[in-house]
Design a protein around this ligand. Structure first.
Ligand code: PRT
Ligand code: ZN
Length: 285
């Protein structure tokens, strides 16, 4: 039986959310974090637990068919991987940082300097794009201490809140790439695996759409129905049901999470009352 082999991080920042996303997509696994791999009980898939840095090579070598990992790692490793879907979690950026005391005005500051990083390929590309020649000192961890111990003039590392830079006396000066968790897949999957990957993508899309939208219901005077519909048209159109109170209806629709607070005031102004907002589990257009 053909199984889609999906690599996820064994432990670390991406592990929990990767597993959660697959679970919400309806894939159930016999728990297996301590194992190397585990099979889904209700979908032809197998999970491989790996270090995130190893996933691109496993995908290129067809040991894994797909993987969930940081875009930063996919871009750095330059293997035959295709990003098939952005997953919206583990957002961060790969940035260049210099000691706070430095007067950094523009990229020319980097000319002739030494940059410590775990991302030599991405730094190389960035320097080339900006016509800067600088040394790259590749180290695998604790990059942020490099300037302090005299190993480098600047660093290029992952930043999310910025507090690591701050506590090491550094300031972020250039963003090299933005990143988030992505689903990557092999460049030439066999047909049966492609079909399974499409099924997985369909399910993840339904989960993502649901997370971005809310089910909304409210009571409203009948004369407001048209105006409310123009604000929250929903998937096709809202559902309207009469209340036992004459002249009033219950209106049900779907609203995008990001617009919600903007729209709620409008709905109230149109006369909506008793507004309820409910999470959606899956959403298929
Ligand atoms: O063991 P394994 O090799 O699998 O894991 P890892 O230690 O290499 O990776 P891990 O678990 O730290 O990160 C996995 C992925 O999460 C990264 O490749 C990024 O895509 C993403 N991610 C998101 C981050 C961060 N946010 C992040 N803040 N990865 C690392 N950091 C580190 C960063 O290196 C720095 O040390 O956190 C520090 C900065 O954080 P702030 O909040 O202080 O700015
Ligand atoms: Zn790693």
């Amino acid at each position: 039986m053909t199984r889609l082999r999906i690599a996820i991080q064994k432990s670390g920042r991406l592990h929990e959310q990767s597993l959660q996303l697959l679970k919400e997509s309806g894939l159930h696994f016999n728990n297996g974090k301590d194992q190397l791999k585990t099979q889904a009980v209700n979908f032809p898939a197998e999970l491989l637990f790996l270090r995130d840095d190893d996933i691109p090579q496993y995908i290129e070598d067809c040991v894994a068919d797909a993987g969930i990992l940081g875009e930063n790692v996919v871009l750095e490793k330059q293997k035959r991987n295709e990003i098939v879907l952005r997953l919206g979690f583990a957002k961060c950026r790969l940035s260049i940082a210099v000691p706070k005391s430095e007067k950094y005005t523009d990229k020319k500051w980097l000319q002739g300097k030494n940059i410590a990083t775990s991302y030599p390929n991405l730094v190389k590309t960035f320097l080339k794009r900006n016509n800067i020649e600088a040394g790259i000192h590749e180290i695998s961890g604790s990059v942020e201490i490099a300037p302090g111990i005299g190993l480098a003039d600047a660093i290029c590392d992952i930043v999310s809140s910025g507090s690591t830079l701050l506590s090491n006396g550094l300031k972020e000066v250039e963003i090299v790439v933005q990143s988030e968790a992505v689903l990557a897949a092999g460049a030439s999957l066999e047909t049966e695996k492609k079909v399974l990957l499409q099924e997985l993508l369909f399910r993840i899309n339904a989960v993502q759409a649901a997370q971005n939208n809310k089910y909304i219901l409210m009571n409203c005077p009948n004369e407001a129905i048209e105006k409310i519909t123009s604000v929250i048209p929903g998937m096709k159109s809202p559902t309207v049901m009469p209340l036992t109170k004459p002249g009033w209806s219950s209106l049900h629709s779907v609203v995008n999470e990001s617009d919600f607070w903007k729209k709620i005031n409008l709905l109230k102004a149109f006369g909506a009352e008793g507004i309820l907002v409910i999470p959606i589990e899956k959403m298929i257009a």
